[in-house]
Design a binder for this molecule. Structure first.
Ligand code: 0L1
Ligand code: MG
Length: 262
């Protein structure tokens, strides 16, 4: 690791304060160009520790930048992983307060809920499907703390992969009840389709993103616990939203889930 524990704690405080006060910041690698991957995840872990110390609860995990559309949009080439806490969760059909956010965007996602823990290395799509209780539609609201969403991957990891809010809903299906490669999705904003795609846009199969997460955690001596909710990553590019917008995700055979922005 290139950063001291003091620097990691300072960066975590800085990024979390930006999150809580809806303030943007230049990317942290501008000041710390030597930051390595372990430092980046250590800053993310320190942000989680701050939230847990205030009574937050981890309710899930996320994979991000798992589709070529997202990677191209952000000019990066590797998936990243983050955490979801209870305060990020919005009820189905609920309202997100845009004054609490900097520059929110929405992503159409397939969410997995596990009945068994998953641990890498060697985790693959088959193991993920065998461990999955059900899948359901989800919308992730991302809100990078970096000015104008300008960042590199290490800065994004430190910033908990832009995680901000999420909603899941619609119809939960057993994984054997749906072909997640060919399942079609339509994201609507204010009643108009704004993004279309199919599950295979996520690494060929959304379960591949969950396997990558398990393998990533395995390298750190961790696992995805049974019962976890995991967002597998945006199927399409992220779509900017503002106060007054209504967003609805329709997933073939899995119903719809929606959010409002006030
Ligand atoms: O969930 C995501 O795909 C977002 C990952 C972080 C990059 C971004 O803010 O777009
Ligand atoms: Mg996402």
């Amino acid at each position: 690791m290139a950063l001291t524990q003091d620097t990691i704690a300072r960066l975590a405080e800085h990024l979390e304060t930006c999150e809580l006060q809806a303030r943007d910041t230049p990317k942290i690698t501008d000041e710390h160009p030597d930051m390595d991957w372990d430092d980046a995840y250590a800053v993310q872990d320190a942000i989680l520790a701050r939230k847990l110390a205030r009574g937050a609860r981890v309710v899930g995990l996320k994979a991000g930048l798992t589709s070529h559309a997202k990677m191209k949009q952000m000019g990066v080439d590797t998936p990243v992983f983050g955490f979801l806490v209870d305060g990020f969760s919005v009820p189905e059909g609920g309202t997100v307060q845009t004054r609490e956010l900097i520059h929110p965007k929405v992503e159409p996602e397939i969410a997995f809920v596990l009945k068994h823990a998953l641990k890498g290395p060697g985790c693959h799509i088959g193991a993920v499907l065998a461990a999955t209780d059900f899948v359901l539609p989800g919308i992730e609201v991302i809100d990078s703390r970096y000015r104008d969403f300008k960042f590199d991957l290490k800065s994004v990891v430190a910033d908990n992969t832009s995680a901000s809010r999420f909603v899941v809903g619609g119809r939960a299906l057993r994984p054997e009840g749906v072909d997640l490669r060919t399942v079609g999705i339509v994201l609507e904003k204010n009643g108009q389709p704004v993004a279309l795609g199919a599950g295979a846009a996520v690494l060929g199969h959304p379960a591949a993103a969950i396997a990558m997460l398990a393998n990533h955690l395995g390298r750190r001596g961790q696992e995805i616990p049974a019962g976890s909710l995991i967002l597998s990553g945006g199927v399409t590019e992220a779509v900017a939203v503002a106060a007054g917008d209504h967003v609805c995700l329709r997933v073939q055979g899995m119903g719809s889930v929606s959010l409002r922005f006030a």
